[in-house]
Design a protein around this ligand. Sequence first.
Ligand code: HEC
Ligand code: HEC
Length: 468
Amino acid sequence: MRTNLLHRFSFALLVGLPLSAVNLACEQPCGDCRLSNLEWDVVQTLSPLPAVPVDPTNKYQFNDAAARFGQRLFFDKRYSGAIRVPNNGSNGGPGLLVGTKQGTMTSTSAGQVACVSCHDSKKYFVDTRSVPGNVSLGTAYTVRHSPTVVNLPYYKWWGVGGRHDSMWMQASLSPEAGTDTSSDRCKYAHFIWQYHRDEYNSIFTETPLPAELDPSHPNAARFPALCRPKANAMAPDGPWEKMPAEDKREIMQIMANQGKAVVAYENKLISGNALFDKYVAGDEAAMSVAAIRGLRLFVGKAACIDCHNTALFSDSLNHNLGVPQEGLNVPKEDLGHFLDVGIWLGHPFNSASAFSDDPSVNKVAGVVQKEEYKGRFRTPSLRGIALTFPYMHTGNFNTLSDVLWFYNDGGGASSYSGQKSDRLRPLLLTDDEIADLIEFLEALTGEPIPDQWTCDPAPGSTVSCPTP
Ligand code: HEC
Ligand code: HEC
């Protein structure tokens, strides 16, 4: 409903309704920076950022002890698998090394990568090591660039291609992801027992760690050191396939619980009250005249609001902009949402699964993989956008100016998968209008995340968190 409404608004603005009453008076002489009633109505749908929405599938979402534990896990590198890409900077970017923070490492070293390696807490949780444009490097190259993990709870689907139907679904198997931390679910369970068992058991009182994780337990063989599922159906059965269902469930419970704790942490990473929000709340001087002109373009001539709407500046839907599959280590093809939607249908951690705290939420009911999803990616939030370069799923646009010129040309022209959205068309924006839009986007940078959530709580870290 809302999208349609906004669509109508931006269409009305495009065809040039008269600017009647003025809601916000500019102190400076501003030419065309005053908002009409209609514009003002639309602008108010973009602010303020509301309270974090409740996710009934994760009962630990607002548990502070779980959030602190999740923060520890987010920074902890000890469970990660071996790095499979030599750290020789061969992909060109200055500082494009997982080892930037960890010092020298070899291509075979394990225990060197954590979530924070690609979602840098000091850089608005993005990977800025990859400039100029590139996909991220964990234990190997990913096929996409790392998005920020700030303001995530406001999305309806997660992942760059709409891959996850909850935030904890992402975090639950992420430690095993082959390009991120390349770990193993059994190795992870042993890691939790070795380093975090008291904290874990104090939070997950209903599902404590099984006693057999203790290496001195007579039945310690119940959980092997490694048990990653076999790579494909044709491969011979490995430890995971041979494990009794109940033992598998125990391991999966640990992965789900830790994932929910990581999400409790991610729920603390909220950044609102940008200059734009202050402006909408009545502080007329909060935004420059150029930024206000940019805002009018955003909801009008440039029609950005067609997709970048709600207080998140994202419709949470997937669109194909024709972003070229080009750049260092960027794969030649990426089917986007078409590929990603297939992953969560029937996924052991989806909202309808046995590990969901409210399977009735069942977001996956009725969802199917459609041809038209090819090459579509989820609309990213634009809050904090000045800080989250490089841009697009390929990380191939280094500046907001690059992005704006891409839109001005009507999106991409070649080297993309699927059909480009018919909503994109040449915008005929002038250089000055593009500069105004950029100034507006810069006014979307919110308040910094409090230090207590960006500091490194891992033992032995150089910049550790203060003791509470
Ligand atoms: C290689 C570096 C790398 C590491 C390590 C890594 N990520 Fe990511 N992360 C990415 C990339 C790339 C994406 C985009 C993948 C996609 O959605 O297709 C992503 C996506 C995400 C998303 C989805 C964000 C959104 O906008 O919906 C979340 C949440 C996330 N990561 C959290 C984590 C957590 C938690 C960990 C640690 C368990 C982690 N990441 C480890 C690179 C990394
Ligand atoms: C048809 C829907 C749509 C419209 C209209 C649209 N966007 Fe986007 N925007 C997206 C999608 C989808 C992406 C991610 C595309 C990708 O990575 O392949 C995106 C990405 C971006 C990014 C990069 C974000 C990041 O974190 O990498 C910026 C900046 C941006 N858009 C700004 C704008 C502006 C400014 C306008 C108006 C000129 C606009 N968008 C119009 C859907 C849209």
